[in-house]
Write a protein that binds this ligand. Structure first.
Ligand code: NAD
Length: 554
């Protein structure tokens, strides 16, 4: 007993139980309980992690709504991260829709209702001028991956203010679950520059800065202060920009992509995921993309990223820029995008119909809408990133089916309430012939429906950047990541474009390898002597309890 007291570190036993990174709950061994002074604070039974998983999954399943299950999982994550990730690894396909889309959307809207414990960093505008010191004071020295949002465009749900924090928390959970990034090295950040969401401003429970959004030069200066503070505190850390509204998303990416390893998942991650889906679907349909047309509906931040990668892919296949552009069309709010008529943002110009063709396209007095464009262009592929629920209605899907033996239809908008179409409807209206990919998980009446979600790309991008030490994240990393993902299309699984979610860890490794190779080819990254594959495998953090005895920690 005396010896045990001597061995005891000066860490308070209760602090150990409240630190989710070291807590094991009932799995602390007798020896650890002796040494750390945990007796009396825990029930007598010493559990294994397998026993804890059995208990937690049973409790989880007893909740009736996805939101309740989400809240339970967040509580577990804030209590015992190792157990949370062990549960994720064992039940990934069941838990992924809870931790991430679609449930995370509701969690952001109702974030203030379930807020309980601090996680990550809330940097609100009134703290301006103090960010450097705030980051310097944080007890996190080893941060490698930061995911930051200002909460203005959460999924397709618009401005959620501080509630947007649900997204960086969810994304970083997947960096750990899929790519094996140590959770102690990840940091979710909410840059709280206010909200223009009236419901939140009026809600007495709202936890964010109750103020209209700061915009313009003040906003830019606050982001600049944040980035400089990050670069100083964690040089080399990777920054993922997440769910910023369209114009800010593009501006911030352009401004910072060469100053620190950073990318925007909504633009670049979505583009790579969509390109991978198109490449897989092309194979399934037995067509050559270069000989067909692609139509994108909703050319905003995500859509323009997809357009750029698609044009790049066709150019790599030997098409001229003009020929590649002729293969790809886009429809936005004001119909088919035409040069000099309705180009709203720079990214749309890439695939705008040339102004020389304007008269021909405007023959009915305005730019053709979605259905009219399908009838005139006869695309083989229809992609939706508009956030417009039900936009791919029966006439649209039937038109795609009339013109194609195997129409490829990808309603990518999230969450389900923003999806352009339900998979079961597309199947019914296309007589089961469509190859379908949806943004959120969905069940078709028959045949496989692929979840075309960024989770297949971003964890591997992050892992590849960390392993290769890349100082920039290039467009070609996303193009090669897309090809790597498409190469994993499972044989003999019907119309499945991607492997099942159970294999997301293997997917992340494969994507990471593609990223490392681009870093080696284009940025001079030097492969380790035993190769990139081994470096990737060795980096993986696994959710298993470590010995908590003081001697083991020194
Ligand atoms: P955004 O606001 O930048 O873009 C939406 C675009 O749709 C805009 O250009 C807008 O003008 C257009 N639009 C709106 N109403 C329209 C209409 N009636 N007809 C035609 N066009 C219309 O948003 P974003 O970041 O590009 O995201 C769009 C959607 O894509 C969201 O629902 C988001 O959840 C989804 N998304 C899915 C994934 C995925 O992994 N599946 C990834 C990123 C984004």
């Amino acid at each position: 007993m005396h010896q045990a007291r001597q061995n005891r570190t000066n860490r308070d036993a209760r602090a150990i139980l409240s630190d989710p990174l070291v807590n094991k709950g009932t799995a602390f061994t007798e020896e650890e309980r002796d040494s750390l002074g945990l007796h009396g604070l825990l029930p007598s039974h010493v559990s294994t992690i397998a026993g804890q998983i059995d208990r937690r999954i049973a409790v989880l399943r007893a909740f009736s709504t996805p939101f309740e299950k989400y809240a339970f999982l967040r509580d577990l994550q804030d209590t015992n991260e190792t157990l949370f990730y062990a549960l994720m690894a064992q039940y990934r396909s069941e838990l992924l829709p809870l931790v991430y889309t679609p449930t995370v959307g509701e969690a952001c809207v109702r974030f203030s209702e379930i807020y309980r414990r601090p996680r990550g960093l809330f940097l609100s505008y009134p703290l301006k001028g103090r960010l450097r010191q705030i980051l310097a004071d944080l007890p996190f020295d080893d941060v490698e991956v930061i995911c930051a949002t200002d909460g203005e465009r959460i999924l397709g749900l618009g401005d959620q203010g501080a509630g947007g924090m649900g997204i960086p928390i969810g994304k970083l959970s997947l960096y750990t679950d899929c790519a094996g990034i140590d959770p102690a090295r990840t940091l979710p950040v909410l840059i709280d520059t206010g909200t223009d969401n009236e419901a939140h401003l009026d809600n007495p429970l709202y936890v964010g800065w109750r103020h209209r959004r700061v915009r313009g030069a003040d906003y830019d200066a606050f982001i600049e202060e944040f980035v400089e503070a990050v670069r100083e505190r964690w040089p080399g850390a990777m920054l993922q920009w997440e769910d910023f509204a369209g114009p800010n998303a593009v501006t911030l990416l352009d401004r910072y992509r060469d100053r620190l390893p950073s990318f925007n998942d909504d633009i670049q991650g979505t583009a790579a995921t969509a390109l991978a889906a198109v490449l897989s679907a092309e194979r399934l349909a037995g067509i050559d993309l270069a000989e067909h047309k692609v139509l994108l509906f909703g050319a905003g931040a995500a859509g323009c990223g997809i357009l750029a990668l698609l044009v790049g892919e066709l150019e790599k296949r030997g098409l001229s820029r003009d020929a590649a552009r002729r293969c790809i069309h886009a429809v936005d709010r004001d119909g088919l995008i035409i040069e000099g008529i309705n180009v709203a943002i720079p990214g749309q110009a890439l695939v705008a119909r040339p102004s020389a063709e304007a008269d021909e396209w405007l023959s009915c007095g305005r730019a053709p809408r979605l259905l009219e464009t399908i009838e005139r262009v006869r695309p083989a592929v229809l992609i939706g990133t508009s956030g417009q629920f039900g936009a791919f209605d029966e006439p649209v899907v039937r038109a795609m089916a009339n013109h194609n033996e195997r129409p490829i239809i990808l309603p990518l908008s999230n969450p389900v309430t923003r999806s352009e179409a339900a998979a079961a409807d597309i199947q019914a209206w296309s007589d089961g012939r469509a190859i379908i990919g949806t943004g959120s998980p969905s069940n078709g009446a028959h045949g496989a429906v692929t979840q075309v979600n960024n989770v297949y790309i971003f964890p591997g991008i992050g892992l590849g950047v960390l392993v290769s030490g890349a100082t920039r994240i290039t467009d070609d990393m996303f193009a090669e990541a897309a090809k790597a993902l498409a190469s994993l299309q499972p044989e003999g699984s019907g119309d499945a474009m991607f492997p099942p979610s159970e294999q997301l860890a293997a997917v992340a490794d494969c994507v990471a390898l593609a990223v490392c190779r681009v870093a080696e080819r284009d940025l001079g990254a030097i492969p380790p002597l035993d190769g990139w594959e081994n470096a990737i495998a060795k980096r993986r953090w696994v959710p298993a309890y470590r010995d908590a005895l003081p001697s083991a920690q020194s």
